[in-house]
Design a protein around this ligand. Structure first.
Ligand SMILES: Cc1cc2nc3c(=O)[nH]c(=O)nc-3n(C[C@H](O)[C@H](O)[C@H](O)COP(=O)(O)OP(=O)(O)OC[C@H]3O[C@@H](n4cnc5c(N)ncnc54)[C@H](O)[C@@H]3O)c2cc1C
Length: 407
């Protein structure tokens, strides 16, 4: 049986290696449009590759996979984060789990993951053809599929696995147009927010360890570290919010308000209590000189300005009304978002091939036998933390197993 895998990314290469393990006599060819296989994996996690997560502290699969959580819940039973951890360690990659539960190679080098997968593919006889961009998949009269490439090549395969990754534009999925699949309109996810000329951007480089961010009037909210950049807001809390709100934000042209609770999960009453205690302990000190350890002095001065408080005022002068006003602002600091940043720090696609096209147990296309999908090309995406690569490993593995179990 000749199996063609279209796209030499995380899902495609992982599927190829596992197919060869399960079916050593299969002929597997991976077709890649670019010049290098696994090029994106090489830059993941800032070049360190956050390849999975311990899932400790994950409240629900839905909280980390805003799209595709039901499918992922089912598939993770087949190949979980623990399976992925074991799989890579058995392949010779020692792994480490950070305090934030993200898993990286001990070498801190994404190229170790790339080279491990590539040598496993080569050693097991997988063919890798770069410079092959598929532009159509046609059902063949004698069974199987003919794949047409933009370089003029045409290849026949008994079984095709599409692992072409995310594409924030519908045109990126045009190769599938002959198949009549339902497509969920792709839009970007995991992006930083631009705040235009908001003076907060002067604090570029400031990190606050634990804030709560929300889009007022919606149910979209997220918590975690916040990074202030020269264009606006970033960091895990904002990336998570952009993931939860990917489609809503696209529909609103990335214009919205963002509310920041600078004290994380503490509510207005809690914060008013903290401020009163601070005032009681330091009545003669000036506001600028006594502040919570979660802020640096530049950010505290900025926040005092937002609260309309003079930095040289003494804590005793504020009074309970003033303290309440400060608490209200510090727990609901509203800024206007003027757009999304276009840097591709850890950008993924929300949307893609709709899951309704597939058998959720095998990832085989319902109306096109022997045609499988895996990875970000599907309408599955996650927040940051190693969950996107975990989805690629899980789906790549499930497709390999499904193909190997075909009657
Ligand atoms: C900068 C960056 C950092 C990231 N860091 C992390 C991280 O640390 N942890 C994490 O979990 N996730 C991370 N992600 C997300 C993660 O990389 C992706 O979710 C994951 O690579 C998806 O795997 P995939 O195999 O579906 O697609 P990809 O890895 O994107 O692979 C798809 C492949 O298909 C090829 N292709 C596309 N179209 C065609 C075609 N028509 N014909 C032939 N080939 C084609 C592409 O060239 C590509 O090589 C990061 C993303 C970015 C952009």
């Amino acid at each position: 049986m000749h199996i063609a895998i279209i796209g030499a990314g995380a899902a495609g290469c992982f599927a190829a290696v596992n197919i060869m393990r399960m079916m050593p006599t299969a002929k597997v060819t991976v077709f890649e449009s670019g010049t290098r296989p696994l090029a994106k994996v090489a830059v993941t996690g800032g070049g360190r590759c956050n390849l999975t997560n311990s899932f400790l502290g994950v409240r629900s699969v839905e909280s980390v996979y805003p799209r595709g959580h039901r499918l992922m819940k089912r598939l993770l039973k087949e190949f979980s984060h623990e399976d992925a951890y074991r799989w890579f360690e058995e392949a010779g990659v020692r792994l480490v789990t950070q305090d934030d539960q993200c898993v990286f190679p001990v070498s801190q080098d994404a190229m170790q993951i790339v080279n491990t997968l590539l040598s496993m593919m080569r050693n097991s006889g997988v063919g890798i053809l770069t410079g092959h961009r598929a532009n159509a998949i046609l059902e063949s009269a004698e069974g199987g599929y003919d794949i047409l490439f933009t370089n003029g090549c045409c290849r026949h395969a008994d079984c095709v696995v599409v692992t072409t990754g995310g594409s924030p534009r519908l045109s990126g999925l045009s190769m599938l147009s002959t198949l009549g699949l339902d497509i969920s309109e792709p839009v970007p996810s995991l992006f930083s927010l631009s705040l235009g000329n908001d003076p907060i951007t002067a604090l570029t480089g400031t990190v606050v360890g634990d804030v709560f961010v929300a889009i007022p009037g919606t149910r979209m909210r997220a918590s975690g570290p916040l990074l202030i950049t020269h264009w606006g807001l970033s960091g895990p809390a904002v990336l998570k919010l952009s993931s939860y709100g990917a489609r809503w934000l696209a529909e609103h042209d990335y214009r919205a308000n963002i509310s920041i609770n600078w004290f994380g999960d503490a509510n207005e009453v809690d914060v008013a209590g903290m401020l009163s205690a601070m005032a009681a302990d330091n009545p003669q000190k000036q506001l600028h000189s006594v502040f919570s350890r979660r802020f640096n002095s530049r950010l505290w001065l900025f926040l005092l300005g937002r609260c309309k408080m003079r930095p040289d005022m003494r804590w005793a002068e504020i009074g309970s009304k003033g303290l309440n006003r400060m608490a209200a602002m510090l727990t609901n600091d509203i800024h206007a978002v003027s757009g999304r940043c276009r840097t591709k720090d850890e950008f993924v696609t929300c949307g893609g091939v709709a899951l309704s096209n597939l058998n959720p147990s095998t990832l085989e296309c319902r109306h096109h036998p022997n045609l499988y999908f895996a990875g970000e090309v599907l309408d599955v995406d996650a927040v940051t933390g190693g969950f996107n690569l975990q989805a690629a490993w899980t789906m790549g593995y499930v497709v390999a197993k499904s193909i190997s179990l075909r009657p």
